[in-house]
Design a protein around this ligand. Sequence first.
Ligand SMILES: [Zn+2]
Length: 115
Amino acid sequence: MVEGSFIDSGGHANNTIQIVEEVLDLDRAIGKALDFAAKDGQTLIVVASDHETGGMTINGGSFESGMVKGEFTTGGHTGVMTPIFAYGPGASEFGGIMENTDIHAKIYKLLFGEK
Ligand SMILES: [Zn+2]
């Protein structure tokens, strides 16, 4: 298990640089895990978040400059839905919209069968 916890800290602090650096670090870790899973063929990778923090919205920018203008709407957690990505055996269990507490049950089912 790998956690990019400074994404949340950066959201609380409304610190875009901290968020971007942590997302890039997490992306590199996920890339390594995906490389392993592709070779192994028996590893399920699940990438999820328990919530969104900071409520960043993009409210400006241009294609010509390649820049966007973002603004935080809060220093706390929000109710915005967050994506889940999965790769490997059982990945199809994680599509659509679900409660984040369902992730545990789905992983349990894949490992041990129905309760
Ligand atoms: Zn938090």
